[in-house]
Design a protein around this ligand. Structure first.
Ligand code: 5AD
Ligand code: SF4
Length: 442
């Protein structure tokens, strides 16, 4: 008789860094012989990788953790692990509220998961790990990536900025860079496994290497990765406008494989709000940065993050945000309603903006951004764009993929066969707000 196959189910919330961490958890579980299942019912291990950047995320996740109470009752041997930012923030409080949680792992334990999981299996006594100082930035472990051609590559962890609205520095700790050697080794191994598109990840990639005391380390890293044979596309995120240097922009302009997409969150257009957010730049400085990007990379696609309703934001302040959106012409933007995060300075600020006002501003902002996205997409009509194929879209006989700057492209397959990750040239004939459509030309 063979042993029953052990299974795991990973439920991920939040940003790309969390997705990357989840790929590490999966890799470590597969090294132990576990296989993935999509539905958590009956799994041997369930990991919920959590986010706490906004209250809405936390509410959704708390609901999911609550659901697992019934699963624990039905399947008492299941190991329920809550990991990531919300685990880091709430620690013991979370386990008290949800006693079905067996293992609580803060953000510093990703690369040590296997050892802690095996230790747990020995005595099955609940454990809580929330020390932030033990984090290991270097790793060699096996990773189970979601995509067969695109890889997330964490290059640094944590954030030193303390923007006044943001919980991240408290739950991810101080900035720690991974060594160039360790990053390059991971990318080379991924290339050998067929990967060609890479996103270098960090909360603030432009300060990569500052902890080694090295100047222009991120620009150098970009050039190093660009020279690795087999690397076809390089993206990176997130850039802080204050730290984005001319050297980085030049590296993008000159690097053959470094894509022309710049994700530079401006958060708010009013210089007074930016000051209270502790962002370290003014509206004018931000616009000057955009000019510099366009000078070196005229076809750059610029994307951003924007928060509406920061405490004290007046209608005049908000008009400055709309003005930046109008002037820059972002290809796309992530837009958020300010969410009060307790423990951050902004949570204690006076003049919190009522929810109805925030919602109304968000709607106006989204309408303006949609026009901008459509306008950027219209500029692609009549052009041939290089797409890496993601696979079949929801529509029958239509495939989807992304341009070098991340624009979604759909094209009919007709009688041709494509492979996921294949490079396809598409002549764009239709622009919409969220995507463009066209015909494959080779
Ligand atoms: N409320 C709303 N949005 C937030 N972000 C970070 N903290 C908050 C908050 N408290 C947004 C920022 C950041 C993105 C990842 O999330 O725009 O760039
Ligand atoms: Fe948060 Fe600001 Fe750090 Fe981004 S740069 S993670 S918004 S503190």
């Amino acid at each position: 008789m063979t042993d029953k196959q052990k299974t795991y189910c990973l439920i991920n919330y939040g940003c790309q860094m969390n997705e990357s961490d989840t790929e590490h958890y999966a890799g470590q579980l597969e090294e132990l012989g576990y296989k993935p299942i999509a539905d958590y019912h009956g799994a041997d291990v369930i990991i919920i990788n959590t986010c706490c950047v906004r209250e809405s995320a936390e509410k959704k996740i708390a609901g999911k953790i609550g659901e697992l109470k019934a699963e624990k009752r039905a399947n008492p041997d299941v190991v329920i692990c809550v990991a990531g930012c919300m685990a880091q923030k709430d620690g013991e409080k979370l386990v008290k509220k949800h006693p079905q949680v067996d293992l609580l792992l803060g953000t510093a334990y990703v690369n040590d998961f296997k050892r802690l999981f095996l230790e747990y299996l020995e005595d099955r006594k609940g454990k809580i790990y929330t020390d932030l100082t033990i984090h290991q930035s270097e790793f060699e472990g096996h990773m189970v990536r979601q995509s067969p051609f695109h890889a997330w590559i964490p290059i640094m962890y944590g954030c030193n900025n303390f923007c006044t609205y943001c919980i991240v520095p408290y739950v991810r700790g101080r900035e720690r860079s991974r060594s160039v050697e360790n990053i390059v080794a991971e990318i080379k191994a991924a290339v050998a496994d067929g990967y060609k598109e890479f996103t270098l990840l960090g909360q603030n990639v432009n300060s990569y290497g500052k902890d080694f005391g090295e100047k222009d380390a991120f620009a150098k890293l970009l050039r190093t990765v660009d020279a690795i044979p087999g690397v076809e596309r390089i993206h990176y995120m997130t850039s802080h406008p204050r730290d984005m240097s001319e050297e980085v922009i030049k590296a993008v302009a000159e690097g053959e494989h470094i894509c022309e997409g710049f994700h530079v969150p401006f958060q708010a257009g009013s210089s007074e709000i930016l000051r209270r957010m502790n962002r370290g730049y003014t509206k004018e400085k931000y616009l000057a940065l955009i000019d510099m990007i366009r000078k070196y990379v005229p076809d750059a696609a610029i994307t951003t993050d924007i928060i509406v309703g920061f405490p004290g934001e007046t209608e005049e302040d908000f008009a400055e945000t709309l003005d930046v959106v109008r002037r820059v012409g972002f290809t796309s933007a992530f837009t958020f309603i300010y969410s009060k995060r307790s423990g951050t300075p902004a949570a204690k600020m006076e003049n919190q903006v009522p929810l109805a006002v925030k919602k109304e501003r968000l709607n106006r902002l989204m309408a303006l951004q949609n026009e901008s996205s459509l306008h950027c997409h219209e500029k692609l009509v009549g052009k041939t764009v290089e797409v890496l194929a993601d696979g079949p879209s929801k529509q029958a006989n239509v495939w989807g993929g992304r341009t070098r700057t991340g624009v979604l492209v759909l094209w009919p397959v007709e009688d041709k066969k494509y492979e996921v990750g294949q490079k396809v040239n598409v002549l764009v004939d239709t622009a919409q707000t969220w995507l463009v459509k066209g015909k494959a030309v080779d």
